[in-house]
Design a protein around this ligand. Structure first.
Ligand SMILES: Cc1ncc(COP(=O)(O)O)c(C=O)c1O
Length: 373
């Protein structure tokens, strides 16, 4: 089995597919039944039954109106998200500072539609989330891959010079970064924000894993730096990946631009109702985060004890290296033992998501078995 979608397929002559998409393949990690899935950075804890019941009650309530379109602007949901972010950051945002969509991937796409496009450039610091350059390509935005240090950290002055030189419209910074798990300090983010402002760019801070980190959120920079926009998700810390809810925190002018490029009625009434209820239950849904952080440290220590090297992570996954052989082969060897991890196409490295205690034990047992080969 291949660990990613096959690239390089040929398309029929008659299909008027855009030239820039001809070499593309669909994004997606394998979804394999009956294995321990530690490959997509999901939260391993199912929703508590109390939260499930409340969601079902709420959906029953609103289902009487399903013949009507949903609130196009999702005001109630955005108001609740603003309160959640204010509690976390001590800022004073309201619904005008928040946009919500079907996962933060849709947020990213909506940003590209508004601020990218032909004759425009975006820059990111790789290795990082591969969906950023993917959406750049889909929207016809030029993509420049800036670099990180050998320990996957951002050298802020170097990155700022790169921004001044390239003069992009969009700058992407993922923190904690996927796949490395490393985070960037608020002081360094502000250096990038200022450089971005000088060249008329937005700095998009992708905080999909923000709740797992002890760094402050970049939302605390928005009042001083209106070109900072922060993309977040309910997929990870809220254990809500299946519901598809992401959101943006930004200056109201950025949100107004989102209203121009979003599809009408993009967020269903069912999603809005479920997400509002989940936010009301944030404490319950996030009660497993401490365990995930503790397990992250336990699995990292086990990887290091095994003679491999875990990159210190602030997220719910661990990038590791130091094994002999090729990443793809080791990935397959884990899968042969029923443990699905991620080959992120960075030779010499693999990534494992932190699962439940039992799932992590299975990963560690497979690792010991492989190492004693
Ligand atoms: C850095 C980063 N951003 C965004 C996303 C997308 O998350 P979602 O679309 O589920 O909100 C992911 C998912 O893994 C991610 O790793």
């Amino acid at each position: 089995m291949s660990n990613e979608n096959d690239a390089g397929r040929t398309w029929p002559q008659w299909l008027p597919l855009r030239e820039n998409l001809r070499g593309s393949s669909p994004y997606g990690a394998p979804q394999i039944p009956h294995v321990i899935s530690l490959n997509t950075n999901e939260n391993p804890h199912p929703l508590p039954s109390e939260v499930r019941d409340r969601i079902m009650d709420r959906i029953a309530e609103i289902s009487t109106d399903l013949n009507r379109y949903p609130d196009r602007d999702a005001i109630q949901l955005r108001t609740k998200l603003a309160a959640y972010i204010n509690q976390l950051s001590h800022e004073r945002f309201d619904s005008r500072n928040i946009w919500a969509a079907n996962g933060s991937n849709e947020i990213l796409q909506t940003l590209f539609l508004a601020f990218g496009g032909s004759n425009r450039t975006a820059i990111g610091f790789t290795p990082s989330y591969s969906v950023h350059p993917m959406i750049a390509n889909i929207t016809g935005t030029s993509w420049i891959a800036g670099s990180r240090d050998s320990d996957f950290k951002i050298h802020s002055e170097g990155a700022a010079s790169g921004i001044r030189e390239v003069k992009p419209r969009l700058v992407f910074l993922t923190t904690p970064n996927n796949p490395s798990g490393t985070s960037t300090s608020i002081a360094d983010i502000e250096v990038l924000a200022r450089a971005s402002a000088e060249v008329g760019a937005l700095l998009v801070v992708d905080e999909a894993y923000g709740e797992f980190s002890s760094e402050d959120s970049a939302v605390t920079l928005i009042v001083r730096n209106p070109n900072v926009v922060v993309s977040r998700t309910m997929s990870k810390a809220f254990a809500f990946a299946g519901a598809r809810v992401g959101y943006l925190v930004a200056h109201p002018s950025v949100i107004d631009a989102m209203l121009v490029t979003r599809l009408p009625y993009h967020l269903s009434a069912l999603t809005q109702a479920a997400a509002e209820t989940a936010i009301e239950c944030a404490d319950l849904l996030q009660s497993g985060l401490d365990e995930i952080r503790e397990e992250r440290e336990r699995v990292s220590a086990a990887i290091n004890l095994n003679g491999w090297k875990a990159i210190p992570s602030s997220a719910n996954f661990i990038l590791f290296t130091g094994f002999s052989g090729v990443s793809q082969d080791l990935w397959q060897t884990f899968l042969d033992r029923g443990v699905l991890i991620r080959d992120i196409s960075l030779e010499g490295y693999l990534r494992v998501t932190v699962g439940t205690r039992n799932e992590n034990d299975a990963f560690i047992a497979a690792m010991h078995e492989i190492a004693s080969y």
